[in-house]
Design a protein around this ligand. Structure first.
Ligand SMILES: Cc1cc2nc3c(=O)[nH]c(=O)nc-3n(C[C@H](O)[C@H](O)[C@H](O)COP(=O)(O)O)c2cc1C
Length: 126
């Protein structure tokens, strides 16, 4: 059984390339060990994250996320069972401004002028 959870939050401090790179690297290693895949969008100091995986892993990560003071005002947007993953290729795809990809991380998708791209659209779909 698989579950997907979608939330948005506000960054506590403006995050630069190095912080984001380190955060993503740690998140991806942990996600791979928990069977979690997903997508993180970061624009205008707002995060929108979609996580998908086994329900126990989703619950555990959701609790960790709620304790993390790097972001606040977490708003749960959707949570429920799914038939298939949308991000099976990524332990955490990441979309943001091209200027925030100084370290050329894999699984980075640049957003357009509206702060969107195809990966982020897929995340927002009901
Ligand atoms: C916006 C945002 C997204 C995050 N995404 C993930 C993630 O996908 N996977 C992950 O393991 N940790 C992620 N983290 C870090 C977790 O909040 C947490 O620090 C980490 O999972 C370690 O959890 P623990 O302190 O409960 O051991 C994210 C943090 C932030 C601020």
């Amino acid at each position: 059984m698989l579950e997907r959870l979608l939330y948005r939050s506000k960054a506590t401090n403006t995050l630069g390339s190095l912080h984001l790179f380190n955060m993503l690297s740690e998140a991806r290693a942990k996600n791979a060990s928990m069977g979690i895949t997903g997508h993180l969008l970061y624009t205008e100091e707002v995060f929108v994250q979609c996580i998908e995986g086994p329900p126990a892993s989703i619950s555990s990560l959701w609790e960790s996320l709620q304790r993390d003071d790097r972001h606040h005002d977490l708003q749960l947007l959707a949570r429920g069972p799914i038939e298939a993953r949308r991000y099976q290729d990524w332990s955490m795809a990441f979309s943001s401004y091209p200027s925030l990809n100084r370290f050329n991380m894999p699984g980075f998708f640049a957003v357009d002028k509206e702060g969107m791209n195809a990966e982020a659209e897929r995340c927002a779909q009901a």
